[in-house]
Design a protein around this ligand. Sequence first.
Ligand SMILES: [Zn+2]
Length: 109
Amino acid sequence: MRITLEKWYAQPVHCPFCGCATKLDEPEVSCRHWLYTAYFEFLTRSERFNKVAGLPEDLDPDMTTETTEKHGNNYEIINKNQHKFFNLVEYDLPTPSDGTLIGFAPIDE
Ligand SMILES: [Zn+2]
């Protein structure tokens, strides 16, 4: 499910599962439900997302040409793997950059 936040004014985005605030510039300090943040040419990912997507843990969030050629661009990586997470919720923030996506999914345990 994708939720578009038309009027987003730089407040944190809150996890739909636990309410934890997730900042755009430091998503890695979010809760365990956070999966990824795509922003310009960056794709910051959680350990859980890397594992399910089969991406190396040390893959740089900056999507270089080499990374894109090997794995696809950030949106392709997300599209390829979204169906692997049950009840995934994705926020789409049209600003500050067109195509800023933040994904969360419940923990499977
Ligand atoms: Zn959460």
